[in-house]
Write a new protein. Structure first.
Lengths: 109, 1004
């Protein structure tokens, strides 16, 4: 059972207080997109051993969504940040680089 | 025979005798006994039969590692199977029975299996019962099910209560032995909040049995002082009878406290599950002695050497008059000393090692006059239901018997394994220690917490430190480190002073004698509880089950309720030997929580019966209950399925209610339908994305039926949207969808369209909503008086605020039945009063309340879809002929792109139609329509299925809706639905609108 800190209300809570919402930073494709683009958006997901970015919701708390950067093997949490960004903020990426030099995730590094 | 000694028994209160019953026989013990020690005191060594071969089995251990002494405890609501006698504290009136035998413990028919054991090796069931195939279902499986299983499942409802307890601490110490107590003190002295758990009823672990001195005082004295010191510290919480059951992510630990197992008449919950969040966890969980693998090592009377001295020292019980000790290490010599000190006979110590020089413990034994045979072992144990002697052989040989020694107990020791379970639960890695032939924690590869630093430290013998000096030093250091890891500053303090007795190195002995032939290996048990022998593991390796995880499952080694506490290391050593590879290369199986089985009651805690799940009640719930409601769960709500009157069946009531709505007047409690307020400058724009329809063009005062799809294109919800004002919409959702659609909206608002200025509020419970339905609906509202509800003032699909009968209401003119219909919303607190007023004015208008089944029939008569009946997560609006609700003016809405995918646009998708049986009967709900030919799997082709099916009392025939291949193009065609009973229903494809297709009844 993980411990996460909600960046919206500042509460650090048990995993049962939160709800996982799948992979972070998906780019939505709607009408007019190609089959390939839409397939990627709808179905293709990372399955990394190591650094991963996820969406979470503080469902039994403030109700707000946020992002978490996590290691899927050690369960280390590198940081949580706003849901209202399209890519991981620099300070989160720097923190990860310090702990996991050479990491990559999708097009990020 | 085993018996109570006149002296000794440090844990007993000999002033207080306790009576108990085993297999109907009255016995006596003392306060402080475990059931196991009391049974031994009553010469009851035979306590059960083994799982597969039904061999007689006796008590082997003195703690939670016990594999054999499993008993049924209690009766009826207090009955519980598979309880370990070694961890069951004795109490007055305890009732225990042995398990896994028929007809009796002494004479068991199943023991014939043991005679056949040669024919029932590992994998026997897999090999034997696979052919011929049909026999599995009818012959083999029923037989095996009859024979399988340990104790019986309880039949009565559990009479006890249980609870959960949440707590936090800086440092959690698991294990209250000398190491745990010292680690707790070090951490607490540094200022950390410490919680220390001990699974037994006593502090100190086995140190007081094994002896030694710490800080110049006997170790039992030191234990008392430590307990007293810790008790006085405000930052320390101590719990006895509480096992650390499992270690999970980020310092989450489950503790299992047995509050009243030892005092069943006491008030309060029986077990308490501690849900602990610890900053750092110290696992001072001790070590477990390993058995030795020699023929007959499962005969009652063969015990672990340390357990033998536990029974002598702790409980004043002699397991036997003459004990032969078999060992590969020095520690077992302590058992010889303890037995001698109690005046018991030790005819010989068989030591598999050949030592160049006697170590102090060996010398002491020899000096006490005990015959020590170096380089010797047990060829086989003699006896059946009790040991009668051992045949001695040379360890290096193949088992040629040199002599036989008469004895009634064999105390064996194959060395010790640290209890690494809790360390390993959350990913702590292990190292192979060659000196002690054991796995111990690799402290450099600890489980990591949220910040990426280690959050578990092993301490004492759990960390592989067995000498008293090393053990206390390690515990002291680990306690300090744990305090430091949680932000505390340990003061300078030296480790307690202790002296370790010098011991000669142990020698790994995985098979005794090392050249044991087939016959001996076939009687050398590894796993007592699951009846796995050395020969079984060797066979598994030979048959290619080389991975330790495969070999485990093939042989069932370590898969019993003891999870291989005694057997795993010995088993994987045998496997490694068979594979000619070093033990670390074989590795261990995965250690999974809980450490020992915990009760289902503790896991459930308070969540049982009425508090298992909260029930949501509408403001009208009590009225429904008082008026014959037959309840139906809908989500967490309870809704009346029908209101049953005297003399009626539920079916009768449904038919009556359905007819009455069409003929007179019906009232429905619609309060459970979801009501979401969507408000803000961008509310219209937002709803245009959420619904397939255009909502932004809806005028205030108007209502529109809307569909919602997921991004995958599938229909997820429907309902009527009312525009309240320019910036405000009220969206009705299905009863089950209120929370999920609210969350769906929040998700898109917060994570995709966060630039939109919109708020969403779920106001479902703020209103009571009553549907007033039927030809007399308007008359009823007019009788209440107040607002104008005429067709001119409040047209179909309009809403207005006003008063009715003095209530402030919001009236929607919407219909889910095809009748003249209003839904009246009031403050939840006024719902009952409005309902009463409507019932009063409706009295002369033929009013009846109606339930959800009448609602379903009424909507089906009109061909209205129901989310969850016509949809199942794979259905799109186009399948249901709802294309009219898909806006063509909008560039985008959730699901639009997905519905353009080839599979979604396939003309061969099954489409909604009405189905009318040829003979007027009711089609079975969910039935499939068959087509010609077979598919790739040889199954009959299908061409459709029933999604809703009812008897319509208004049309006096069965009506159904279904999804059918090319259905709308096949009107009038008859298709066949085979039943599960061999009959076939024939139904004609018709329009799904069975009743009033022109809407004349609704638009009045």
């Amino acid at each position: 059972m993980l411990i996460l800190t909600c960046p919206n209300c500042g509460v650090t809570g048990e995993e049962t207080e939160f709800h996982a919402g799948g992979e972070a930073h998906l780019k939505r494709f709607g009408p007019g997109s190609s089959d390939g683009e839409f397939e990627t958006y709808l179905f293709m997901r990372e399955n990394p051993k190591g650094v991963h970015f996820e969406r979470w919701r503080h469902v039994y708390g403030c109700g707000k969504w946020f992002h978490a950067a996590r290691c899927t093997t050690t369960l280390e949490v590198f940081g949580t940040y706003s849901a209202q960004v399209t890519e991981p903020p620099k300070e989160i990426r720097d923190t990860i680089s310090e702990k996991r030099p050479g990491w990559t995730w999708r097009d990020f590094a | 025979m085993s018996t109570r000694l006149a002296t000794g028994g440090r844990l007993l209160n000999k002033d207080k005798a306790v009576r108990f019953t085993f297999n109907g026989q009255q016995m006596r013990g003392f306060e402080g006994d475990t059931l196991a020690s009391a049974l031994l005191a009553n010469d009851q060594m035979l306590v059960g039969r083994s799982f597969k071969y039904h061999r007689p089995r006796g008590i082997v251990a003195a703690g939670p590692e016990e594999p054999n002494a499993l008993v049924n405890l209690g009766v009826e609501g207090k009955f519980e199977p598979n309880q370990r006698a070694t961890t069951t504290e004795l109490f007055e009136g305890l009732l225990a029975t042995s398990q896994n035998h028929w007809p009796s413990l002494e004479f068991d028919v199943g023991a014939i299996n043991a005679k056949l054991s040669r024919f029932m090796p590992a994998g026997f069931y897999y090999k034997m019962f696979i052919h011929p195939r049909p026999l599995w279902k009818h012959l083999y499986e029923p037989f095996i099910r009859q024979a399988a299983g340990l104790g019986q499942a309880p039949k009565g409802r559990d009479a006890d209560t249980y609870e959960h307890f949440h707590t936090f601490c800086d440092v959690l110490v698991v294990g209250g032995g000398i190491a745990g107590l010292l680690a707790a003190r070090s951490a607490a002295q540094a200022g950390a909040r410490v919680l220390i758990l001990e699974q037994t009823a006593h502090w100190g672990g086995r140190a007081p049995v094994d002896g030694g001195e710490v800080d110049g005082k006997p170790v039992d004295k030191i234990v008392d002082e430590l307990v007293s010191e810790l008790s006085d510290m405000g930052n320390v919480t101590m719990r006895l009878r509480t096992m650390g059951a499992g270690v999970y992510d980020h310092g989450y630990v489950l503790g299992y406290e047995r509050l009243t197992d030892h005092a069943p008449e006491a008030d309060g919950p029986r077990h308490r599950l501690w849900r602990i969040r610890a900053g750092h966890v110290v696992t001072a969980t001790g070590a477990i002695e390993r058995p030795l693998s020699f023929a007959g090592n499962d005969i009652p009377g063969v015990m672990l050497a340390a357990a033998v001295r536990d029974y002598v020292v702790n409980y004043g019980v002699s397991p036997g008059d003459r004990t032969v000790i078999v060992t590969n290490n020095d520690d077992a010599y302590r058992t010889a000393s303890a037995l001698k000190a109690a005046g018991l006979d030790v005819p010989a110590i068989l030591d598999a090692r050949v030592l160049p020089v006697d170590s102090p413990l060996v010398a002491e034994a020899k000096a006490a006059g005990i015959r020590v045979l170096m380089g010797h072992g047990v060829a086989k144990v003699l006896g059946g239901k009790r040991v009668t002697g051992v045949a001695v052989c040379s360890q290096a040989g193949e088992g040629a018997v040199l002599e036989e020694i008469a004895c009634d107990t064999v105390a064996m020791s194959g060395g010790w394994s640290p209890v690494v379970h809790l360390w390993s639960h959350c990913g702590g890695k292990l190292l192979w220690d060659n000196d002690f032939a054991m796995f111990r924690p690799d402290v450099d590869k600890a489980p990591l917490g949220a910040d990426g630093t280690a959050f578990v430290s092993p301490a004492g013998s759990a960390n592989g430190h067995f000498g008293l000096a090393e053990l206390v030093g390690d515990a002291h250091a680990m306690g300090r480190a744990a305090a430091k890891a949680t932000g505390h500053t340990p003061k300078k303090a030296a480790a307690p002073d202790a002296h370790s007795v010098e011991e000669a190195p142990m020698a790994p002995v995985w098979l005794m004698p090392q050249g044991a032939g087939k016959a001996l290996r076939g009687k050398a048990w590894l796993d007592y509880q699951n009846d796995v022998k050395v020969s079984d593991v060797q066979l598994a390796a030979q048959e290619g089950f080389e991975s330790v995880e495969h070999a485990k499952r093939y042989t069932t080694l370590g898969m019993a309720t003891d999870q291989g506490k005694l057997s795993n290391i010995n088993g994987l050593a045998i496997l490694s030997d068979a594979l000619n590879q070093p033990i670390p290369q074989t590795g261990t199986t995965t250690f999974r929580p809980p450490y020992t089985p915990i009760s289902m009651g503790a896991i459930a805690g308070e969540a049982r019966g009425k508090v298992f799940q909260p029930i949501r009640r509408t403001p009208l719930h009590d009225w429904h209950d008082a008026n014959g409601a037959n309840w139906e769960p809908v989500g967490q709500w309870r809704r009346p399925y029908a209101f049953v009157r005297n003399g009626e069946t539920v079916y009768d009531a449904v038919m009556r209610e359905t007819k009455n709505v069409r003929e007179n007047l019906g009232l429905l409690d619609a309060s459970t339908l979801g009501k979401l307020i969507v408000k803000g400058p961008d509310a219209g724009k937002f709803l245009d994305m959420l619904y397939t329809n255009m909502m932004s063009t809806l005028k205030p005062g108007k209502c529109r039926y809307g569909l919602m799809c997921s991004e995958n294109g599938f229909l997820i919800d429907d309902g009527v949207v009312a525009r309240i004002d320019d910036q405000t919409f009220l969206c009705h959702t299905t009863t089950g969808g209120a929370e999920s659609i609210h969350q769906h909206m929040e998700e898109w608002l917060q994570t995709e369209w966060w630039d939109m200025q919109v708020y969403v509020a779920n106001v479902t419970e703020q209103y009571a909503q009553i549907a007033v339905v039927g030809p007399n609906a308007r008359k009823a509202l007019e009788a209440l008086g107040g607002m104008d509800v005429s067709a001119e003032a409040l047209g179909f699909m309009e809403w207005t605020d006003g008063t009715l009968g003095g209530f402030d209401v919001r009236a929607y003119r919407i219909s889910f039945s095809g009748e003249l219909s209003y839904e009246i919303a009031v403050k939840a607190s006024e719902g009952q009063a409005l309902w009463d007023a409507l019932m009063a004015v409706g009295d002369s208008l033929g009013v009846m309340s109606y339930g959800t089944e009448a609602l379903h029939i009424l909507r089906a008569e009109k061909g209205f879809i129901m989310i969850g009946d016509e949809t199942d997560g794979t259905v799109i609006p186009q399948d249901l002929g709802l294309n009219w609700a898909l806006s063509k003016k909008k560039d985008d809405y959730l699901g639009k792109r997905a519905q353009q995918r080839t599979h979604m646009a396939d003309p061969a998708r099954w489409k909604l139609v009405g189905l009318e049986t040829v003979d007027g009967s009711v089609l079975p709900d969910g039935a499939y329509a068959v087509a010609d030919g077979t598919n790739a799997n040889g199954q009959r082709n299908m061409q459709g299925r029933v999604t809703s099916s009812y008897h319509s009392p208004n049309l006096k025939k069965g009506i159904a809706m279904g999804l059918v291949l090319h259905g709308p193009e096949r009107m009038g065609e008859v298709i066949e639905f085979p039943g599960t009973d061999g009959t076939t229903c024939k139904a004609k494809i018709v329009s799904p609108v069975f009743y009033d297709p022109d809407g004349e009844k609704q638009n009045v």
